[in-house]
Design a protein around this ligand. Structure first.
Ligand code: ADP
Ligand code: MG
Length: 360
């Protein structure tokens, strides 16, 4: 359905896309992941000519998009795009946002366009809001309208550029549910996303972009569980863990606990285990003596459901969890009771404590 060969895009001297070659078949759902600035948005924008590629070819259903004889507006209608920032028409009602394109560009009559729009609004759960204006909607609702508006143009391919990045965490799932529904209905989609659980569960293939190319691609299992190349591995490790740096005794405990809770929730760690993790981290920090340079790292193992907490602190060798110190400390005894393993090492001037907390 989409065939990209040797696609490149330069902005002046800046080479953003070097050489992208790939093929996307009908009904595939591709997640595009990677660090920011690696050209993910530029790649999507080239596919519907919001950016003009510097070189290479793009075939959509066999038709060369960059050929000067091609009827570009007609092909572009096959490709819908949903942006991070919704891009709704602020002065039009929800219903009008959905009908303006079909009436003006597809030549539909008003009644036909209204009927289709209502069907789509029902599908995204917003039929009730048809006469509202965009600024009367929440972010999640706006994005669902944006998706419905895109569908009203009857695209064959949908491109999503970080559709949930501008949303409050509470609204992410309502938008992801709509996208998931489209994938079940067989829509061909390319989705740039930072929602790794979503990418894993919804896509047929994952592209990891870096260095101006599709650096590594594979099934979700290949990319998330067995990445082969160094940069992919580093990226996957980073997104699967939470890092917190502490540089003084006055660190922000509440921010740290909040981030840990969000991380645990994202990985479906139970409330009870999350409580242990947060508590253990607090007690562990309580026992530190040197706060000049502490790194906390929280990670989750999909394999056994365990949560791992690593605390690295520079300074003299001290193990705050040493048994003899523990005798009198009831809180710590409890903590150790909840850890599957506790390992202490001292290397390169760093105290390294690795605590494994049992999942459920
Ligand atoms: P990503 O979506 O992966 O974060 P982008 O595709 O947005 O990356 O951007 C890749 C690089 O291209 C960035 O360095 C960005 O600053 C640059 N870039 C993107 N669009 C333009 C533009 N219109 N003009 C100049 N530079 C751009
Ligand atoms: Mg981007």
């Amino acid at each position: 359905m989409i065939k990209v060969t040797n696609l490149s895009k330069h902005f002046g001297d800046l080479v953003v896309l070097k050489d992208i070659t790939t093929e996307i078949r009908k009904g595939e759902v591709i997640s595009v992941i990677g660090p920011s600035g690696t050209g993910k948005s530029t790649f999507l924008r080239c596919l519907n000519l919001l950016e003009i590629p510097t070189g290479g070819t793009i075939l959509i259903d066999g038709i060369p998009l960059l050929d000067k004889h091609t009827n570009v507006p007609k092909i572009r209608q096959k490709i819908g795009m949903v942006f991070q920032s919704f891009n709704l028409y602020a002065h039009l009602s929800v219903l009008e946002n959905l009908t303006i394109g079909p009436v003006k560009l597809l030549g539909k009559n008003r009644a036909e366009a209204d009927a289709k729009a209502m069907e789509l609004l029902k599908m995204v759960g917003l039929a009730e809001k048809r006469y509202s204006f965009p600024d009367e909607l929440s972010g999640g609702q706006k994005q669902r309208v944006a998706i419905a508006r895109c569908l009203a143009m009857e695209p064959e391919i949908m491109l999503f550029d970080e559709p949930t990045s501008a949303l409050d965490p509470t609204m992410v799932s309502e938008v992801l549910s709509v996208i998931r529904r489209l994938s079940r209905e067989g829509m061909t989609m390319i989705i740039v996303t930072h929602e790794m659980e979503f990418a894993r569960n919804t896509s047929s293939r994952v592209f990891y972009m870096d260095e101006g190319v599709i650096y590594e691609e594979g099934t979700p299992v290949q990319i998330f569980d067995h990445p082969q190349k160094e940069k992919t591995q580093a990226f996957i490790n980073r997104v699967r863990s939470l890092n917190f740096r502490i540089r003084s005794r006055d660190y922000d405990l509440y921010a740290l606990q909040g981030e840990m809770e969000v991380f645990c929730e994202k990985h479906l760690v139970s409330k009870k285990v999350t409580g242990y993790v947060v508590h253990i981290a607090e007690e562990l920090l309580e026992l530190q003596t040197d706060f000049t340079n502490i790194e906390l790292n929280l990670s989750y193992s999909e394999k056994d459901g365990d949560v791992q907490l690593v605390c690295e602190s520079t300074g003299m060798p001290v193990n705050p969890l040493k048994e003899d110190l523990l005798e009198e400390d009831i809180a710590l005894k409890l903590i150790l009771g909840r850890c599957k393993t506790v390992d202490y090492t001292y290397t390169d001037g760093k105290n390294i404590l690795v605590l494994k907390i049992k999942g459920e």
